[in-house]
Design a protein around this ligand. Structure first.
Ligand code: 5GP
Length: 134
């Protein structure tokens, strides 16, 4: 048994605003709303993050994330949606139970900033590509 906050929510020990629930997947409002309607989708079974989650479980979680993104556009008037899953502390993961953020976007300067600045200068792209080729 795991004692992270999402396992406690899944067991009903902590309340949450549920958006979707089935035997395998739970989706809830994030307690800290980055934008209006920010949702977390997670498997009920405990996996640390997406890197260690079996493919069939990933598939179920992403299927619900997609449906929630569609509803955020339709029902909340969002103009776009970001999905994000942090793995390990260096990437900003704070709850060590796999989850996907589904973040509706209303305008380019809303509260959510994901800046991807170019950082190519001293990188050897062919060598990097060789190293991580699957
Ligand atoms: P991470 O930083 O691990 O990607 O995201 C964890 C998320 O869980 C954060 O956005 C945080 O606001 C949310 N969170 C933490 N504790 C609770 C809680 O008790 N209830 C809900 N609904 N969300 C939580």
């Amino acid at each position: 048994m795991h004692n992270d906050v999402f396992c406690k929510i899944i067991r009903g020990e902590i309340p949450s605003y549920k958006i979707y629930e089935d035997a395998d997947v739970l989706a809830i409002l994030d307690i800290s709303q980055v934008t209006k309607g920010h949702v977390l989708v997670m498997p009920k079974e405990h996996y640390e993050n997406f890197l260690s989650t079996p493919q069939e479980v990933m598939h179920k979680v992403m299927n619900i994330a997609q449906r929630i993104g569609q509803v955020q556009i339709k029902m909340l008037g969002a103009k776009g949606v970001n999905i994000l899953s942090n793995a390990y502390e260096a990437a900003g993961q704070t709850v060590m139970h796999f989850h996907v953020h589904v973040i509706p976007r209303y305008e380019s300067n809303d509260n959510f900033h994901l800046e991807m600045k170019e950082n190519n200068e001293s990188l050897n792209l062919p060598a990097i590509a060789d190293k991580i080729k699957l």
